[in-house]
Design a protein around this ligand. Structure first.
Ligand SMILES: Cc1ncc(COP(=O)(O)O)c(C=O)c1O
Length: 350
């Protein structure tokens, strides 16, 4: 079986975990701080706040920016992009994606701004950055907070700037299927010291000193075990991304009669997913299953169609893509033989 995703951990991660367990400090401590500092430096941001997962990272960011009213989000994304907006008491307003890149469309975002809009939250889907020039201009023009959902874009770049360094705030997930993992985990990046401090307080029960709960807050802390894994994975991230890009380049050459999202020249894509568009997805699923090849559909039901959201928005491009996309294995652990097997299965349905 060729898996659609495979976390790659080795002796380094094992040793790092054992070192934590052998130490006296298991909950949030010096390794979490080191992971924050190293990840912020890697991405080119001033401050980082580690948390339990990407969903909590989005909630912390929205809370820190005191977001209410309406938030512009894409619907062609993992549901947490929208459900977290609801979680902080704001309304997700759904924006169409660009037909070519499948990323949130800045022109449609502009049309959906109302006097209630407070923030824009573009998602760097599949590992390719959104048009951050356009979103930055829009945010500045309309005085909106710009939050990058960079949960799928560790190491991705736009005009040489890393994902996570271009918004007012940016959120990452370190779930095991991502380009790097801390098992579960999340991180928020920002250049705003005050917001970073607010998030640190919120993450730790709103305590300004022990048992003094001055602010609203919960326990959203990352553990030392998770940070230890994250630190080791961060050292490997560039090599992982290089392998993903190489695998993607193979597919770009080898796959016939399939459409893939257009790669913007300003972007360094890190292929969290290699996604193709097909009119006969059922036939492709059958061919992949027969060949023992894992696949994923990201995302078969857009966020605005989720029962918990209850939106009446109409997003024809998003809704069509949800019927047509399928992702094939692109992770660094697949072999050359696997790549040929995947290409053969995909081409057999063309
Ligand atoms: C775009 C996007 N946003 C948010 C999340 C949530 O991250 P987590 O699963 O770590 O809570 C994910 C995770 O899949 C994601 O892909």
């Amino acid at each position: 079986m060729i898996q659609i995703s495979k976390p790659i951990t080795g002796e380094e991660e094992k040793k790092a975990v054992c070192d934590v367990l052998d130490s006296a400090w298991l909950a949030q401590g010096p390794r979490v701080k080191e992971f924050e500092d190293r990840f912020a430096a890697y991405c080119g941001a001033k401050h980082a706040v580690a948390t339990t997962n990407g969903t909590q990272a989005l909630i912390l960011a929205l809370h820190a920016a005191k977001i209410d009213g309406e938030v512009l989000v894409p619907s062609f994304t993992f549901a947490a992009t929208a459900t977290t907006v609801k979680a902080v008491g704001a309304k997700p307003v759904f924006v169409e994606v660009d037909e070519k890149t499948f990323n949130m469309d800045a022109e449609d975002a502009r049309k959906k701004i109302t006097d209630k809009t407070t923030a824009i939250m573009p998602v760097h889907l599949y590992g390719q950055c959104c048009d951050m020039d356009a979103f930055r201009e829009l945010a500045e023009d309309k005085d909106l907070t710009l939050i990058e959902d960079a949960c799928q874009a560790h190491g991705a770049e736009f005009r040489g700037r890393k994902a996570g360094s271009m918004g007012d705030l940016a959120c990452f997930s370190f779930y095991p299927t991502k380009n790097m993992t801390s098992v579960e985990g999340g991180m928020i990046l920002t250049d705003d010291a005050e917001k970073a401090e607010g998030m640190r307080l919120f993450r730790n029960q709103g305590q300004t000193r022990k048992y003094w709960h001055e602010y609203e807050g919960y326990n959203f802390r990352m553990t030392e075990v998770h940070a230890a894994v994250g630190l080791e994975q961060l050292k490997k991230l560039d090599a992982f991304n290089k392998a993903r890009r190489k695998n993607a380049a193979f597919y770009d050459d080898a796959l016939k009669s399939v459409e893939t999202p257009f790669v913007d020249k300003r972007c360094t894509h890190v292929y969290h997913q290699y996604t193709i568009k097909t009119r006969d997805r059922d036939a492709l699923v059958k061919a992949l299953e027969a060949a023992g090849i894992g696949y994923g559909m990201f995302y078969p039901i857009p966020a605005h169609k989720q029962p918990v959201i209850g939106s009446s928005a109409s997003l024809p491009i998003t809704e069509k893509l949800a019927q047509e996309v399928i992702s094939i294995p692109v992770h660094p652990a697949i072999t050359e033989e696997d790549l040929h097997a995947v290409a053969k299965a995909v081409n057999s349905t063309g």
